[in-house]
Write a new protein. Structure first.
Lengths: 291, 114
C-alpha cells in the first residue's frame, strides 16, 4: 500500500504560491510512485482549493493514479461538482457556476470543441454579451491549440473553470504536461534567459518558436488572447517551468521564479463577465485588400 | 467559375477554431490554386474563428504560392468585420514569415520582430 504524501498548505489558489504547492505535489509524486503507480494525496491541511486549480493539479499528477484522502466536505463538494473526483453521491451544480474538469489527449480537438460548446453556448452559464462570450470561446480554443502545437505533451491537456457570479468573474485554466514555454524559448533562442523573460517573450510581438521549415506560420494566438484580456480588464496568469507571470488589464504585475517548478504550462484566464463593450474592431478591413 | 469553399460545410458547424480543420480547408484551396482556378472562401454561418485555424487554412498558402497568385485567385465573402481583421493579421504575418525566412527568424531571435 502506498504511503500518503501530504499537501503542506492550507490553500491552493491561482497565484505563485498555489503553483509552488502544486510543484511540490508533483515532486513528491515522483518519489512516491513510478509511472502508472498509485499515489495517495493527504489533504488534511487543505481548507481551500480554487476549482480552476484542478487542471494544474491534475497535470502535476498525470501519469500516476492519484487517490485523495482526508478531503474536507467543502472541498469534496467542489471536486465532486466539477467531476474532478468520483463520489457515490451525485452533486448537482445547483448554481450553474461550475465548468467541469476534463482531460484531453492532444488529438481530441473535436472533444474540446464539444466541451466549450456545452459550457459556453446557448443556455447556461454565465450571463455575458454575445460578443464577449464569443471572444472568450475563441480564447479558449487559442489556448488549447497553443498547447497542442507547442507543448509536446504526451500526458495530455487539462481544463477546468469556475464562474463567480457575485464578482462577475469567470476563470478558466488550461494546463499541459509538456516541455514548458521557457524550455522551448531557450532552445529556439539558444540563450539561457530566465523563465519569466521567456514567458514574456512568448506573449509579445511577432515572437514564435515556429520555424519557417515547419511550413506553418504562428505566434499570434497568445497575443490575441492577451489583447482581449487587456481590453476586458481581466487577467492572465502563466505558470511554466520555473516561471510565473501575471498580467491584469494591460499591466504585467508579477514576474517571479517558481520553486519548485511547474511540470509543464498552465495558462489561467480570468474575465470580467459584466463587460458590455462591443469588441468591434475600429478599422474595418476591405475584403479586396486582404491578400 | 470559381470554386466555392463553404467553411461551415467543411468544418461541420460554426466554429473555425482547430488547426486540423484549417489544414483540411488549406488542402481544398491549395488544390484549386495549383490548377490556377479561382477560389471563393465563404464565412457564411461562421462565428468563432482562431488564428490557429486561419494560419493552417490560409497563412500556410504563402509558403506554396506567390502573393500575386493568391491575390489574383483567392477571395473571401460573407465574413464579419472581426473575421476580416483577424484574417488580415494572419495574412500579414504569413507574408513576413515566408518572404525571407533567414531574415525573419533572425529578427525574431533578436527580439525585433515587431
Amino acid at each position: 500500500m502506498p504511503s500518503a504524501m501530504r499537501i503542506e498548505a492550507s490553500k491552493i489558489v491561482c497565484n505563485s504560491d498555489g503553483f509552488a504547492v502544486i510543484g511540490r505535489v508533483h515532486q513528491a509524486s515522483l518519489l512516491e510512485a513510478t509511472d502508472g503507480g498509485e499515489v495517495v494525496v493527504d489533504c488534511s491541511r487543505l481548507t481551500f482549493l480554487g476549482a480552476n486549480m484542478c487542471a494544474p493539479l491534475a497535470a502535476a499528477l498525470a501519469g500516476r493514479r492519484a487517490r485523495f484522502r482526508n478531503v474536507s466536505p467543502a472541498i469534496e463538494a467542489i471536486l465532486a461538482k466539477n467531476r474532478f473526483i468520483n463520489t457515490s453521491e451525485l452533486r448537482l451544480d445547483t448554481y450553474g457556476t461550475t465548468i467541469a474538469y476534463r482531460h484531453f489527449d492532444p488529438s481530441q480537438r473535436d472533444e474540446f470543441q464539444e466541451y466549450v460548446h456545452a459550457h459556453f453556448r446557448g443556455k447556461g452559464l454565465p450571463k455575458m454579451t454575445v460578443a464577449l462570450m464569443r471572444r472568450f470561446r475563441e480564447s479558449l480554443h487559442e489556448l488549447f491549440e497553443n498547447a497542442v502545437a507547442h507543448s509536446e505533451t504526451k500526458l495530455g491537456i487539462f481544463a477546468c473553470g469556475q464562474y463567480f457570479p457575485n464578482r462577475n468573474e469567470l476563470h478558466f485554466c488550461v494546463s499541459d504536461r509538456g516541455v514548458g514555454i521557457p524550455t522551448r524559448v531557450r532552445d529556439f533562442l539558444n540563450t539561457p534567459i530566465s523563465a519569466t523573460d521567456a514567458i514574456e517573450w512568448a506573449m509579445e510581438g511577432q515572437n514564435t518558436t515556429r520555424l519557417v521549415s515547419d511550413g506553418l506560420p504562428g505566434g499570434l494566438g497568445l497575443k490575441v488572447v492577451r489583447e482581449f484580456i487587456a481590453m476586458n480588464g481581466g487577467s492572465i496568469r502563466v505558470a511554466s517551468n520555473d516561471g510565473y507571470w501575471w498580467m491584469r488589464g494591460a499591466n504585467v504585475l508579477t514576474k517571479r521564479r517558481l520553486t519548485p517548478a511547474f511540470p509543464g504550462t498552465t495558462v489561467d484566464i480570468e474575465i470580467n463577465t459584466a463587460d458590455t463593450r462591443s469588441y468591434a474592431l475600429a478599422n474595418e478591413i476591405d475584403p479586396k485588400g486582404i491578400f | 467559375m470559381p470554386e466555392l469553399v463553404e467553411l461551415a460545410r467543411l468544418v461541420g458547424g460554426s466554429s473555425c477554431v482547430s488547426s486540423d480543420d484549417g489544414h483540411a480547408v488549406y488542402q481544398r484551396i491549395a488544390r484549386s490554386l495549383a490548377a490556377h482556378n479561382e477560389v471563393v472562401v465563404s464565412f457564411a454561418g461562421i462565428e468563432d474563428v482562431t488564428t490557429a485555424f486561419l494560419n493552417a487554412a490560409i497563412g500556410k498558402l504563402y509558403g506554396d504560392f506567390s502573393e500575386d497568385e493568391i491575390r489574383a485567385l483567392l477571395r473571401v465573402e460573407n465574413a464579419e468585420p472581426d473575421h476580416l481583421t483577424l484574417l488580415k493579421r494572419v495574412v500579414d504575418r504569413a507574408k513576413d514569415f515566408f518572404r525571407d525566412p533567414p531574415v525573419y527568424e533572425a529578427a525574431v531571435r533578436a527580439g525585433i520582430g515587431e
